[in-house]
Design a protein around this ligand. Structure first.
Ligand SMILES: [Zn+2]
Length: 460
């Protein structure tokens, strides 16, 4: 990686932390801070949100009874189903919000293609300040500074995505170039024309931009871009995908993750890149539970994320079951000096992403990691079907336009062997897909298609 300026060298007397006071707190003081904020958030919810009032009463829970951080476990959990049901019963916003539309300044929705339609999330002016503040932890932590120019490859629509990153850049004094709705080709040219030093996009779209630059004969590696801020998909934390992005851009890529239900990010990768993302623990509590028993898991064990955020007033999010699969490890794993614990490998996927094919567990993330080691592959898709008496799994592969067809047999054989090795010998069919045949994604890539009658969703 050439020409990347370490944050330490960029400004004399600089600090690597956005919020040095709280980012370096020890566990005990951090938990005391969390407890105080948790109590305040529960009091707020109990006073203003009809849904929480009812839930707290049913569970016999009172905010004043929170004496230690583990008392948190007495608070009932909130699910996406609860949110949707409440929205349907009392449209348009349901009874979870602590304020009505008149106290809010904007509403965003999830991309919501699944089932019951999108979630609607309200935010006040104060919420928006907090949303931007969370992004600042990530941006500052990976070395973005006011001297930068940021290109935001994002549609600025109903999906909350990079809206908060945009405001964080403004707050830090970074020059923003909003990508908005325009073709990929135009976006690549703007990145070069404005001499952007930072680019924000989904991991999939970072690859798509690089692909387009290559088609146009434009040199991204020689451009001013030094950092990519990735968000929106777990793919950003797959080492092979990240390495490919870094190689194609000649820049460092930093993983973050957020969700509409919080309005912002809850984890970020610091400059040291310890193989995972720090949890912004002075502003949220992230529990990891066994999705079947709901008991907390230990450090190093996989489980489901349950998040409590302290910053969003309009929609207090208390013990929200996310369905995200994670593995928490202690802060000491990283050398940066932060006291914030780490999700090893970032967000590992969805708890129900795992597919059971002929008795073998198949994770989309593991397939992607293997496919990304073949740089000749342009796009791919995994299709699971039920044929006759058994399940079949097929990897459809689209090659780069200049791929010589006489190399296909060798490549597909190699791919077949590697996938089988990683999946207890499971036989993947490898199918060639024509140029442009497979779907392309800007947001939330969905490369696994399960066509069986009843997809198997298994926890853990
Ligand atoms: Zn760190």
């Amino acid at each position: 990686m050439l020409g990347i300026i370490e944050p330490e060298d960029r400004l004399a007397g600089d600090t690597p932390y956005w919020n040095p006071k709280t980012e370096t707190l020890g566990r005990e003081r951090l938990e005391a801070l969390q407890l105080a904020k948790l109590r305040r958030q529960c009091e707020w919810a109990a006073a203003r949100s009809p849904w929480y009032q009812r839930k707290f009463a049913e569970a016999g829970f009172e905010p004043a009874s929170l004496q230690t951080i583990s008392d948190l476990r007495r608070i009932p959990m909130l699910t996406r189903d609860d949110w949707m049901s409440s929205q349907e019963a009392r449209p348009p916003y349901g009874e979870i919000p602590a304020i009505g539309g008149d106290g809010a300044i904007r509403v965003h929705t999830t991309s919501g293609t699944t089932g019951r339609g999108p979630l609607r999330a309200l935010d006040s002016r104060k919420d928006w300040a907090w949303i931007a503040e969370m992004w600042c932890y990530a941006l500052w932590g990976c070395g973005v500074r006011p001297v930068d120019t940021a290109y935001i490859a994002f549609g600025y629509g109903s999906f909350i995505g990079f809206w908060g990153l945009h405001y964080a850049m403004e707050k830090m004094g970074v020059l923003n170039v909003p990508g908005g709705a325009q073709p990929t080709e135009a976006r690549v040219r703007q990145i070069l024309d404005f001499e952007a030093t930072v680019v924000a996009s989904t991991p999939t779209y970072a690859l798509r931009l690089a692909q387009e630059a290559e088609i146009q004969g434009l040199d991204l590696r020689g451009s001013a871009v030094q950092r990519l801020i990735l968000s929106g998909e777990p793919a950003g934390s797959i080492p092979q995908t990240k390495a490919l992005i870094e190689e194609q851009w000649g820049a460092k890529a930093f993983d973050t993750a957020g969700m509409t239900e919080i309005g912002t990010i809850m984890v970020f990768e610091c400059w040291h890149q310890p193989g995972g993302t720090h949890i912004i623990e002075d502003n949220m509590i992230e529990e990891v539970i066994d999705p079947a028993t709901l008991e907390p898991t230990a450090y190093g064990e996989r489980g489901e994320r349950v998040v409590t955020s302290f910053g969003r007033g309009a929609i207090p999010l208390i013990r929200y079951r996310t369905g995200d699969l994670v593995c928490k490890v202690p802060a000491s794993r990283c050398e940066c000096g932060r006291g914030f614990d780490i999700y090893e490998g970032g967000i590992l996927g969805r708890v129900d992403d795992m597919k059971l094919v002929r008795g073998t567990n198949v994770y989309p993330r593991a397939i992607e990691a293997i496919v990304r080691e073949f740089p000749e592959v342009d796009e791919f898709q995994t299709v699971i079907t039920h044929e006759g008496i058994r399940d079949e799994i097929t990897l459809r592969v689209e090659m780069k336009p200049d791929f010589p067809m006489d190399k296909w047999d060798a490549l597909s054989t190699d791919l077949h062997r590697r996938l089988a090795q990683a999946h207890e010998g499971l036989n993947f069919r490898i199918n060639y897909a024509g140029t442009g045949e497979l779907p392309r994604f800007e947001l939330k890539a969905k490369r696994t298609v399960d066509l069986r009658d009843s997809p198997v969703g298994v926890g853990g």
